[in-house]
Unconditional design. Structure first.
Length: 503
């Protein structure tokens, strides 16, 4: 939180404060499922606490599991068998939920679809006695190690990610229940054992260092930067393990130590949560950011999404005698609404907006429209063709349908903002994230749709596939690298030739 105070843009700092509160309450998995949704999204690379979703799932399991023990004890004759039955049934249900859930965010982040992973270990602990039972030959351990390593490199066409997770859980269970599991040359190796003892600390620190490196220095990694980050993560992990984990264990052995530990933990928890909550309420704004039209004197909740969401106000039928422009799309469509509203032809036209999914229900808008603009993320020929058919069915020609290309302005403005005190700050360019989608794909669309296609990227990209970050009057083109800021909408409104769409 302190580092973020000095280097982060308001929206990112607000998100960090939100993540701190969620992590402190062991609920960052729930927050991630509601907000980011996709664990593999590029934006997650710049979130220092992205990885604590797993801590949330783990702690939620630790809250649920003892309740099952309590329920099992109600059967005084055989509580152990009752517990095994309950956990087994819930594990099967969880596995079914895991396979049946179509929402990838819920499958990835929520406990009901993750319970079976922990339950397998719980069942093994209840039914397996390493002193007595020898269900698997010790050679299986090495076979499992090789298989687990191989799964890290298996192509998704060979084995889907859904099946891969189940395979990892199954192989780990076999390792756990194999003979000589703690004495073999891999698990019993003293160096690996020490690494394992500090692995939780390493897990906690690695993403924090990676995220801030990406955010303040570069999203590109060299061998040297990897080495520095590895050393930094190892150092922070050792300090954390030595002076927090081990000292906690010592403190718990005495009454005074327990009292000091609990009181200091409570104090840090309250202070950190209060600070993070304050930053969240302040929308992450700790200084003026004129590059985004942000002032400390004008702070309110939802301010960072306010401009993009302005397009929702235009989700209504046409009602004037002006030229009618119908914009269809998702948040990229609302972006284009803002570009039109910032243009010099805004007084000559009336804008109506709807999402792609709702366009079928808006036949009157098609009948009354003079031009239809399609602007959406994941643009494809099927979406365009479907809307073209709607236009033809309601009296519009194909020439009245204009397709707006996708756009991307890098992966994070953090490393740009970190250089705000340097003389070339406003002259910076940044690499386009996934140029195959946002540059190559747009060129293909431009060749196919010709004059009906607006290629926004070619207006701001140089020969090295780098995109400009600031407008000529020193405003960020995009706050989040995907959607237009106010400055970006004004800038593109000046670049587009609107007269040919008025004819």
């Amino acid at each position: 939180m302190l580092l973020g105070f000095f280097v982060m843009l308001p929206d990112d700092y607000e998100n960090l404060g939100q993540s701190v509160i969620a992590t402190n309450g062991f609920g960052n998995n729930i927050l991630a499922a509601i907000t980011t949704k996709n664990y593999w999204a590029i934006s997650n690379d710049y979130k220092p606490l992205m990885h604590t979703w797993y801590v949330g799932v783990l702690m939620q399991f630790y809250l649920v599991y003892p309740i099952l023990f309590f329920i099992a004890r109600l059967n005084k004759n055989n509580p152990r068998r009752t517990l095994i039955t309950i956990v087994s049934i819930l594990a099967v249900i969880s596995l079914l939920v895991y396979f049946a859930t179509t929402n990838t965010a819920k499958r990835f982040y929520y406990l009901p679809s993750r319970f079976f992973e922990f339950a397998v270990g719980g069942i093994a602990a209840l039914i397996y006695n390493p002193e007595r039972d020898k269900p698997f030959w010790k050679g299986y351990v090495y076979l499992c190690y090789v298989s687990l390593l191989a799964l890290m490199f298996v192509n998704t066409e060979v084995m889907t990610a859904v099946m891969r997770l189940v395979a990892v859980v199954g192989l780990s269970c076999v390792v756990l229940c194999s003979q000589d599991v703690l004495e073999n040359r891999v698990t019993g190796n003293s160096v690996l054992a020490k690494i394992g003892a500090a692995s939780y600390s390493f897990f906690i620190w690695h993403q924090i260092l990676l995220a801030f490196y990406r955010y303040t220095i570069s999203s590109k990694f060299t061998i040297g930067s990897y080495a520095i980050l590895l050393i930094g993560a190892v150092l922070m992990s050792w300090l954390s393990y030595r002076f927090i984990e081990q000292e906690t264990t010592v403190a718990l052995k005495s009454k005074l130590g327990k009292t000091l530990l609990y009181s200091s933990t409570a104090l840090v928890f309250v202070a950190l949560s209060a600070f993070a909550g304050y930053i969240y309420i302040k929308a992450g704004v700790v200084r003026d950011v004129p590059e985004l039209y942000i002032s400390k004197n004008d702070i309110h909740r939802g301010m960072h999404a306010e401009y993009v969401d302005r397009g929702y106000q235009y989700d209504k039928p046409f009602s004037t005698d002006k030229k009618h422009w119908y914009v269809i799309g998702n948040s990229f469509g609302r972006d284009f609404v803002n570009v039109i509203l910032e243009s010099n032809v805004v007084d000559s036209i009336e804008v109506s907006y709807s999402t792609v999914g709702n366009s079928k229900d808006n036949r009157d808008r098609f009948r009354n429209a003079d031009k239809v603009f399609i602007s959406t993320l994941d643009l494809n020929e099927n979406v365009v063709t479907e809307i073209e058919i709607m236009c033809l069915a309601n009296g519009l020609s194909i020439e009245d349908v204009v397709i707006v290309g996708e756009k991307n302005f890098g992966s994070s403005n953090g490393q740009i903002y970190a250089k705000r005190n340097e003389p070339d700050y406003f002259d910076q360019y940044i690499d386009v994230a996934n140029p195959e989608q946002f540059i190559v794909k747009n060129k293909c669309f431009a060749e196919f749709y010709g004059k009906r296609f607006i290629d926004l990227m070619t207006m701001v990209v140089n020969e090295q596939n780098q995109v400009r970050v600031f407008t000529p009057d020193h405003h960020f083109i995009s706050a989040d690298c995907s959607h237009f800021s106010k400055g970006g909408a004004i800038f593109f409104a000046q670049l587009i030739d609107w007269n040919k769409y008025l004819k």
